[in-house]
Ligand binder design. Structure first.
Ligand SMILES: Nc1nc2c(ncn2[C@@H]2O[C@H](COP(=O)(O)OP(=O)(O)OP(=O)(O)O)[C@@H](O)[C@H]2O)c(=O)[nH]1
Length: 480
């Protein structure tokens, strides 16, 4: 059955189009990404998932029949990779590609898949895909076992806070569906995974499959009777995703001050976490000015409440001075601005990252600059252990010590991905060159005292002693 018939059947089951749409809307949503090395079978797997869950339109299916026959990549069979490799041509032409998002739904759930290419230089897209996902499917070619890219993508996924990993050992048909091959890869991965960030919170599942033949993707494989676990779709339909963001404290980065006329002044943005209500007492950081929400305006009209992820415009009872990049939080939230932070970085450009460089950064809607004070270490992708490094090259992951141009409201990435996640932008080319995740904000930093003159140090001490309300930073590293 193709997608058209499939949907028609579902509508008939529900009784009306309205009832069908309503049932779709109330299903939980799982966002996942597929990653792994080049040619591991990501596109084939996604094509197979869409096909076997009847999410391919009639015209797509006949085109797929035609293309598979014309190219003959799979003999007489369908080449599912062709279904999702629409970007292939762009790839071959070397055009920058982005993550391809695809949507499908089953009776249990709705899914959004981020398909990220496996080539080494495409780590950038993988990071983008992972930052919006609840679960990562890591494909491993059964013939090749674990590769650097498997380790790198596992590390990045977990660093970005994904705690559901599915290790899909693909192309089992090419190893004669041998259980020992699967077991060996599973064992190797389990040993490796002990080094992954937040290891104790990880839920790792293993499935042996053949994306090409459809074994254990949607339907259980007869060829692998030794495997009694769930199929990949079973896992996707039942995995429990804990969304803690909604319960977290309010973080509303102001993206835009909306002032269409003298009578209206609103602050637009997407609510990164928590909920906001009309009448709620709030505070604006870094200024610490407080006010109350008088209206919540959206594209579809006014509402009394805003939930995590909603794009809204807030109107306040007072005419306060708020600019783009400010952060609206609950009135009783205490967050101190910091000038330094230790940040995990995934470097994505050929130009080496070295200490002393300056970059523009964007964090929670705010744009400012940083200086790389120090490359603390690089992560060895095989052992996931830190090793000393003076620089970071493309695709490497490391820890930096940063100094911001101005005091910043930051949090650990693990506390809040919006106030703890940043991108690095090259000042000349305006290209995104890295992704950073705050590991630790640093209030105190110990600089060698001899970079300041005795007079500067004495003046600094006097200012801090007699004018504490100026918030002067301690040149020797004390709290501001
Ligand atoms: N025998 C066999 N071949 C497979 C299987 N899955 C994928 N392939 C083949 O492996 C090759 C690569 O598959 P793709 O789906 O294009 O791989 P990919 O990971 O999407 O590759 P990129 O998009 O280039 O990163 C194709 O020739 C597929 O037909 C499988 O389970 N068994």
């Amino acid at each position: 059955m193709n997608n058209n018939n499939h949907i028609a059947k579902k509508i008939a089951e529900q009784g009306s189009i309205e009832a069908y749409l309503h049932s779709q809307k109330n299903k939980s949503l799982l966002r996942f990404l597929t990653c792994g090395s080049v040619d591991d079978g990501k596109s084939t797997l996604i094509g197979r998932l869409l096909h076997d869950t009847q999410h391919i339109y009639e015209d797509q299916l006949s085109l797929l029949h035609k293309d598979s026959k014309r190219l003959g990549t799979q003999g007489e069979k369908l080449d599912f990779a062709l279904l999702v490799d629409g970007l292939q041509a762009e790839r071959e032409q070397g055009i920058t590609i982005d993550v391809a998002y695809r949507y499908f739904a089953t009776n249990q759930r709705q899914f959004i898949i981020a398909d990220t290419p496996g080539h080494e230089q495409y780590t950038r897209n993988m990071v983008t895909g992972a930052s919006n996902s609840d679960l990562a499917i890591l494909l491993i070619d059964a013939r090749k076992g674990m590769l650097d890219q498997t380790r790198r993508h596992s590390f990045i996924s977990t660093l970005l806070g994904i705690c559901n990993l599915v290790i899909a050992v693909n192309k089992m048909d090419l190893v004669k569906y041998d259980q020992s091959v699967f077991n060996q890869i599973k064992q190797e991965y389990l040993t490796f995974s002990k080094q992954l960030p937040y290891h104790s919170n990880l839920d790792i599942k293993f499935v042996p499959l053949s994306a090409l033949g459809g074994d254990n993707v949607v339907h259980p494989a007869v060829s692998m009777s030794w495997y009694s676990g769930p199929t990949l779709l079973d896992i996707l339909e039942t995995v429990v995703v804990v969304n803690t963001v909604e319960q977290q404290q309010v973080r509303f980065p102001v993206q835009y001050v909306n002032r269409p006329n003298l009578d209206f002044r609103g602050y637009s943005g997407t609510l990164a976490s928590g909920t906001l209500k009309v009448g709620q007492h709030i505070k604006v950081l870094p200024s610490n000015i407080d006010s109350t929400i008088s209206r919540i305006v959206t594209f579809d009209g006014e509402q009394t409440e805003a939930r995590t992820g909603e794009a809204v415009t807030l109107v306040l009872t007072d005419a306060v001075d708020i600019s783009r990049g400010d952060l609206i939080v609950d009135y009783d939230t205490v967050l101190h601005p910091v000038q330094y932070a230790q940040v995990n970085v995934v470097w994505m450009t050929e130009k080496l990252l070295v200490a002393g460089q300056n970059y523009d950064i964007k964090i929670a809607g705010k744009k400012t600059s940083v200086r790389i004070d120090n490359v603390k270490y690089q992560i060895d992708i095989n052992t996931l252990k830190p090793r000393t490094a003076d620089n970071l090259h493309m695709n490497s992951i490391g820890m930096l010590e940063l100094e911001f141009d101005e005091p910043m409201i930051l949090e650990k990435y693990s506390t809040n991905p919006v106030t703890g996640g940043m991108i690095f932008i090259d000042r000349l080319t305006n290209v995104t060159v890295g992704a950073g995740l705050v590991q630790q904000t640093v209030q105190e930093i110990h600089r060698p005292s001899n970079i300041y003159s005795q007079f500067e140090l004495e003046l600094n001490a006097l200012l801090r002693r007699y004018f504490p309300h100026w918030g002067t930073r301690d040149l020797l590293g004390g709290k501001s």
